[in-house]
Design a protein around this ligand. Structure first.
Ligand code: XCC
Ligand code: SF4
Length: 656
């Protein structure tokens, strides 16, 4: 068993991990230990189960077997496996995006129906009626997105615009023509568009029509499965080119739709102060943890928890009130928009339950360990699954339906409140630590902060006050001490005057250690140039841009800078990093960063080392094809140095 200091640098995790061990509760770290030694073929990516002549595996030391039963070699197998990972990640993000688009459409159609039934017309035309399960909270953004998409806005009601935007988004999922996605065309600068168009030709595969421009979000994912079916695509170059294309359908399609339409429905984040870490759980309150990814659910839970009747019920049952906190990306969604505190990142989901103070963990999709149900069995905690596509054996199922969102959200909150008397007071131990930070840096909020343009930031970069920008993203992975690489890489980059922007579990990590406080600029972890810039503008040296689908905010920001300088994104002194990557989604994000022109570091070695050609394409050849490639480096100090060197190289090329 691991010592508590080995699992995490976070004292709350350390404390809860110790507690779990004392109570004999198995957690992620014990399960990882029981998996040792992990399969060497799997780690190298050289096993294939794509047909029933297999499973096949290739000898990584060069001896026999050199080929699978069908004749596939190591590079083919590695590339196919990687493409399937990208496709699964893109599918998860994009299905989330589809769900948001459908929600906007459902709300607009309900408004239309109510209007016909004679309900107040003005409120429904503006989609501001409380009889609707979802409203349009950011009218400005709706208009801005519609305009970008080339939708005529003049003389239309909000309801009509919402419907049209939702329809364009949904069309991007299923369209069958060869054109690039409408959202991509609306958001991407022409120089980068050209890179996508020419990428396949540069790679020697001119038969890719329109290069790596994605045509349909679903289509590219389906084609990934088709290409990797036995006996189809075998050249690692074409397999990986399609990987780039699929990931771009995620970036400039599925994820972008998720972010933009969520802003329309729930409001575009603005800078707000909030708190993070397990210390946000409250001893004498009903604690509800919203965990997963889709704010379509968590927004409603936050609302329902403010219902006076439910608060009264909580008080009647001996609690002071209802405390909703977040976990993982759905936590970031409600943190960014409402300042709802976030209890932790991926490796703290079990730890939250171990406090004994959680009445309900309400989950939707992605990154929710089935083990939460087992840990919850040791306490009174109820795991409530809500998504029709994610069911957890042993959990309570209260499946969500957007049309009855308020009613169901209230039922969920009520279930949590009624569970409060079952809490055993003697078995509660909540770590004290929590940290404040500023969040809510959407592109719109950043522009507003800098007085309407990115000029101040661009000037600071040109002057060299800021050397460049790094986008930090992604998960925790128990193979790495929790948050260790997130924080080390962040500090090493900030020391070198690199401004940080970030999302996902990286952002929650950064917040827990105070990096989102403006005062952090005074620490020795921030270089003099970045310090001066942060102080001048009253911002922290790192900006929280939201959840993982909000990685698209970083892309949109990079795109705006590229437009101003009239260069493709790949010319900018910008890098990406996923220091503790874990999910298939992180693989898709890393790939679309690179495909979009942002050289990206991975702190976990992906399962590709068994294919030498694949490794060469990913780490070298892609520079000639899209202007960016992967850096793989587990050591955080070396990684930060490599990322900084890349930024300096880009500065030199730009002549600054
Ligand atoms: Fe999941 Fe999104 Fe990764 Fe965290 S960072 S472990 S994907 S919750 Ni998105
Ligand atoms: Fe083996 Fe080829 Fe089938 Fe894969 S596709 S399992 S390598 S025979």
């Amino acid at each position: 068993m691991k010592k508590y200091k080995e699992v995490s640098i976070d004292s709350t995790t350390q404390q809860m991990y110790e507690r779990a061990r004392e109570m004999g509760i198995e957690t992620v770290w014990e399960r990882l230990e029981k998996q040792q030694p992990q399969c060497g073929y799997g780690l190298l990516g050289v096993c294939c189960r794509n047909c029933m002549m297999g499973p096949c595996r290739i000898n990584p030391f060069g001896g026999e077997p050199r080929r699978g039963v069908c004749g596939a070699d190591a590079d083919t197998i590695v590339a196919r496996n990687l493409l399937r990972m990208i496709a699964a990640g893109a599918a998860a993000h994009s299905d989330h995006g589809r769900h948001v688009a459908l929600t906007l459409l459902i709300a607009a159609e309900m408004a239309e129906k109510f209007k016909k039934e004679g309900k107040p017309v003005l409120e429904l035309d503006n989609m501001a009626s409380s009889t609707l399960p979802y409203q349009v909270r950011d009218v400005e953004k709706l208009k801005a997105v519609a305009e970008r998409l080339g939708i005529e806005t003049e003389g239309k009601t909000i309801r009509e615009l919402a419907k049209e935007v939702a329809e364009v988004a949904l069309h991007d999922f299923g369209k069958q023509d060869e054109e690039a996605l409408a959202f991509l065309k609306a958001y991407l600068n022409p120089k980068t568009y050209e890179v996508f168009e020419k990428a396949a030709e540069k790679a020697g595969m001119p038969w890719f029509e329109n290069g790596i421009l994605p045509r349909g979000i679903d289509r590219e994912i389906v084609e990934s499965l088709h290409r990797t079916h036995i006996g189809t695509d075998h050249d690692p170059v074409s397999i990986l080119l399609h990987g780039l294309k699929t990931s771009l359908g995620d970036a400039w399609g599925g994820s972008l739709i998720a972010t933009e339409l969520q802003d329309i429905l729930f409001g575009t984040p603005q800078v707000i102060k909030a708190e993070a870490n397990l210390g946000v759980l409250k001893e004498d309150y009903v604690n509800i943890v919203v965990h997963g990814h889709e704010p379509v659910l968590s927004e409603k839970i936050v609302e329902a928890a403010q219902d006076p009747e439910l608060i009264e019920l909580a008080q009647k049952l001996g609690a002071k009130g209802i405390n909703v906190v977040g976990m993982c990306c759905t936590g970031l969604e409600v943190l960014m928009r409402h300042g709802i505190p976030i209890a932790g990142n991926f490796l703290q989901q079990e730890m939250a339950i171990v406090t004994g103070a959680v009445e309900a963990m309400v989950v939707d999709v992605q990154c929710i360990m089935p083990a939460t149900v087992d840990v919850a069995r040791c306490f009174h905690t109820k795991i409530i699954d809500t998504s029709p596509l994610a069911t957890f054996p042993g959990a309570i199922h209260i499946k969500f339906d957007e049309r009855r969102a308020d009613e169901i959200a209230k039922e969920i909150v009520k279930t949590a409140v009624e569970n409060f008397p079952n809490r055993s007071k003697q078995r509660v131990e909540i770590p004290k630590e929590k940290m404040a930070g500023y969040v809510g840096f959407s592109v719109e909020a950043i522009l507003k902060h800098f007085g309407g343009s990115l000029k101040p930031l661009e000037e600071a970069i040109v002057e060299g006050k800021i050397k460049g920008v790094a986008g930090l993203v992604g998960c925790n992975n128990p193979k790495i001490k929790q948050d260790h690489n997130h924080i080390k890489i962040a500090n090493e980059l900030m020391k070198r005057d690199v401004l940080l922007i970030g999302t996902g579990c990286w952002a929650t990590a950064a917040m827990k250690y105070g990096i989102f406080l403006p005062e952090y600029a005074d620490t020795e972890n921030v270089g003099p140039g970045l310090r001066e810039f942060a102080k001048e503008w009253g911002i922290p040296p790192a900006l929280n841009m939201g959840s993982c689908v909000d990685c698209t905010r970083m892309l949109v920001l990079a795109d705006l800078i590229a437009r101003d300088l009239n260069v493709p994104i790949s010319a900018l002194p910008v890098v990406g990093s996923a220091p503790e990557a874990m999910t298939e989604k992180a693989v898709s994000i890393g790939t679309y960063f690179v495909a979009s022109g942002i050289t990206t570091h991975l702190g976990i070695i992906p399962p590709v080392l068994g294919g030498p050609k694949v490794v060469k394409i990913l780490t070298q050849d892609l520079y000639d094809i899209v202007g960016a490639a992967f850096i793989v480096e587990p050591d955080p100090y070396k990684a930060a140095k490599l990322m900084y060197d890349h930024i300096m190289k880009k500065r030199k090329e730009l002549g600054i």
